[in-house]
Design a binder for this molecule. Structure first.
Ligand SMILES: C=CC1=C(C)c2cc3[nH]c(cc4nc(cc5[nH]c(cc1n2)c(C)c5CCC(=O)O)C(CCC(=O)O)=C4C)c(C)c3C=C
Ligand SMILES: [Fe+2]
Ligand SMILES: [Fe+2]
Length: 339
């Protein structure tokens, strides 16, 4: 018996629609997070509300439209995150351990997801931020949101947070399987595999974020697993935002340079994203493809993220079980009446 434990998956979040108001609401919440933009709010908020959110929602909304899940009228990030939670739930159904998903920004909120678990009598929550590489801008703020919710609860559940897992064998196994499956399905062989991670301002790394070394750990383990080396499996960083220096090398200039130097066939994997989203489907799948082709490339393939692949669900199950298996020191009664 696991004493009423529940599992909470947390991903970034995404707008409810592609219209200006929906995208603006989402970006406003996201870019007001001081874990994401570490600036004096008296200076940043007028720039954000007056300049950034005056133009960016239209532009982003058009990009979201290109990748939107029309069938369900929702963002792909939500579709895949929900699918991961549902498949993981089936792995824990026999033990009656519920699995829910919450988004750091937007819907379903972390607060609503925690409510679903406590309504089912959960006294313990295993929190699994869906980021293999730690960053304060993602992992820490996901956990912050859990603790903010707990701050308002008279009867708190006990909480364990799953640490980042940049080279956990079950993660590397899932990546290896997805790359081999994707490349095996092509009738051409890429000259090079580019592994593109979401970028981060260099300043954050200097201040102590371990994101870059965790990306390097992932790529080292993946190279070993795929029997590739530094020359045919490159690490790059995408999605720069704002004027500051971000982690390098940048994905797009690297790929354009490769094409200009005569490279013709390229595959891109995005190991930092567990679910396909605007950054993978549009920035890489659409924009980077165009840039590569315009620079002389001939074949381009963006490898789908792990999404709800069986190996990805195996990974989530392994990570969650590690936290569930060890019982807490004290089991508290679920309610006053049970005491
Ligand atoms: C200062 C800005 C940003 C930091 C720092 C940042 C870090 C960061 N983000 C992810 C994962 C995702 N980001 C996504 C979208 C996205 N990211 C930023 C900015 C920063 N990210 C913006 C403005 C956006 C919105 C999209 C746009 O307007 O172009 C997404 C996808 C969301 C979706 O709806 O599909 C993900 C996932 C990581 C892992 C990370 C730090 C390492
Ligand atoms: Fe981002
Ligand atoms: Fe982007």
């Amino acid at each position: 018996m696991h004493h009423n434990v529940g599992i909470l998956l947390i991903n970034l979040g995404t707008p409810d629609g592609t219209d200006y108001r929906s995208v603006r609401r989402y970006l406003s919440e996201f870019l007001s997070d001081q874990r994401v933009i570490e600036a004096n709010q008296l200076i940043w908020q007028p720039i954000l509300q007056g300049v950034v959110l005056a133009v960016r929602p239209q532009k982003s909304g058009r990009n979201y439209q290109r990748i939107w899940n029309m069938e369900r009228n929702e963002s792909p990030l939500l579709t895949y995150t929900r699918a991961q939670a549902e498949k993981l739930a089936s792995r824990f159904a026999a033990e009656q351990i519920p699995v829910v998903h919450g988004m750091r920004y937007g819907n379903p909120s972390v607060e609503a997801a925690i409510g679903q678990l406590t309504d089912q009598g959960c006294e313990r929550i295993v929190v699994l931020p869906l980021y293999p590489q730690y960053s304060a801008t993602t992992t820490a703020t996901a956990n912050d949101q859990v603790f903010r919710t707990l701050m308002r609860m008279r009867r708190q559940p006990a909480v364990r947070t799953v640490p980042s897992f940049p080279d956990h064998p079950s993660y590397i196994r899932a990546l290896d399987a997805s790359v081999r499956r994707a490349l095996g399905g092509l009738d051409w062989k890429p000259d090079i595999l580019v592994a593109s991670f979401h970028g981060l301002p260099k300043k954050y790394v200097k201040l102590g974020d371990t994101y870059d070394v965790e990306c390097e750990r992932t790529i080292r383990a993946l190279r070993t697993s795929l029997r590739l080396d530094e020359d045919n499996c490159l690490l790059t960083y995408q999605s720069r935002f704002g004027p500051a220096k971000w982690l390098e090398p940048y994905t797009a200039p690297t790929v354009v340079k490769l094409a200009k130097n005569g490279l013709r066939k390229l595959a891109v994997v995005m190991p930092g994203f567990l679910a396909d989203c605007i950054e993978t489907l549009d920035e890489i799948g659409n924009e980077l493809r165009e840039e590569f082709m315009e620079a002389g490339g001939e074949k381009f393939f963006a490898i789908p993220c792990l999404n709800a692949d069986d190996e990805a669900v195996d990974m989530l199950e392994t990570l969650a079980r590690a936290e569930i298996m060890t019982e807490p020191a004290t089991i508290r009664p679920a309610s006053r009446s049970a005491a």
